[in-house]
Design a protein around this ligand. Structure first.
Ligand SMILES: Nc1ncnc2c1ncn2[C@@H]1O[C@H](COP(=O)(O)OP(=O)(O)OP(=O)(O)O)[C@@H](O)[C@H]1O
Length: 296
């Protein structure tokens, strides 16, 4: 079977809907024909991203999954303005990204390396606000609000090394939301924490997203996490990356770990994304379908 979209699963790409931009809706992030090939002196080039086109509407929470080495980090770093693209462009709030844009914040997996150990929690969260040039009273108010949002008011004067891994990641999240970014990028942020903490942090992201209305692009290895969190799941092919499918997650807006994960629909969506990843791993991709005998 080719990469068909059973009626049960809607894909924006498959149904050739007009893009969000064309519909005149508010687009926060727009990827237009993004390509990235790495030039490594003395070695063959590595074509990481062949072609990616997708948009994220303001206030959406979109997850990205793909096989290992597919180019997820390359994609995120391209969006964050940390890499020179080989082709295409990334547009944030109508402006082409040419370097790290002001309206973006990133939460990385390695919270241990992204927080400054000699600074208190409060100082870590405040730092980007200082760089933004905000006055002291405004900074204090925004830091207090962000720490409250992530449940760390009591830990404000502690240092990151005095906190658990999950709490440190909450500090990193507080720092990102205090900055009030237009788009929040999250690169496998919970890969290094235990399962229970991970579930709590997933719920924190959903509640912050709903509460603050921030636009989130969340990269993860974990299919269940992607389906649980996202309003859409963008599935990448193997390298060189193209879009495998853009899956609508039509689960109820109110989600909780127990009820949502036990829904039949959750299982169907999870199974669908899983099968796409399995196909991607085998090299089945929209621009290079496998011979029929190897397909499903
Ligand atoms: N700086 C670089 N120079 C050369 N090749 C690179 C560089 N960074 C990444 N690559 C290659 O680009 C491809 C995509 O890598 P990337 O890290 O983006 O994938 P990924 O999907 O994030 O991987 P993983 O799932 O293992 O985290 C890989 O083949 C990788 O080896």
């Amino acid at each position: 079977m080719a990469i068909t979209k059973a009626p049960l699963f809607t894909s924006r790409r498959a149904e050739a809907e007009p893009s969000a931009a064309a519909e005149g809706t508010s687009v926060a992030l727009d990827l237009r024909g993004v390509q990235k090939t790495y030039d490594t002196p003395g070695r063959p080039q590595v074509e990481a991203i062949r072609h990616l086109d997708f948009s994220i509407r303001r206030g959406e929470l979109v997850c990205v999954v793909g096989p290992s080495g597919a180019g997820k980090t390359t994609l995120l770093r391209s969006i964050a303005g940390l890499l020179d693209l080989t082709g295409g462009e990334v547009v944030l709030d109508g402006n082409v990204v040419t370097g790290p844009p002001e309206g973006m914040a990133v939460v990385f997996q390695e919270y241990g390396r992204s927080l400054f150990p000699w600074m208190t929690v409060r100082q870590n969260v405040e730092l980007p606000l200082k760089e933004k040039g905000l006055d002291k009273a405004t900074r204090r108010e925004k830091v207090n609000r962000a720490l409250e949002e992530v449940g760390l008011t009591e830990a404000a004067e502690q240092h990151p090394w005095q906190l658990s891994g999950g709490m440190q990641q909450r500090v990193a999240i507080a720092r990102a939301v205090a900055y009030e970014p237009s788009v929040l990028l999250m690169d496998e942020p919970f890969a290094a924490v235990d399962a229970q903490t991970r579930a709590e942090l997933e719920d924190l992201v959903r509640s912050l997203w709903k509460h603050l209305g921030v636009t989130v692009l969340f990269v993860t290895h974990d299919i269940d996490e992607a389906v649980y969190l996202g309003e859409r799941v963008i599935v990448l092919s193997n390298r060189p990356t193209v879009l495998m499918e853009d899956v609508d997650v039509d689960l109820p807006a109110e989600r909780d770990q127990l009820t949502t994960r036990s829904l039949a629909r959750f299982g169907e969506l999870r199974g669908h994304v899983y099968s796409l990843i399995q196909r991607a791993k085998r090299g089945d991709r929209p621009d290079a379908p496998l011979p029929a005998s190897k397909g499903e």
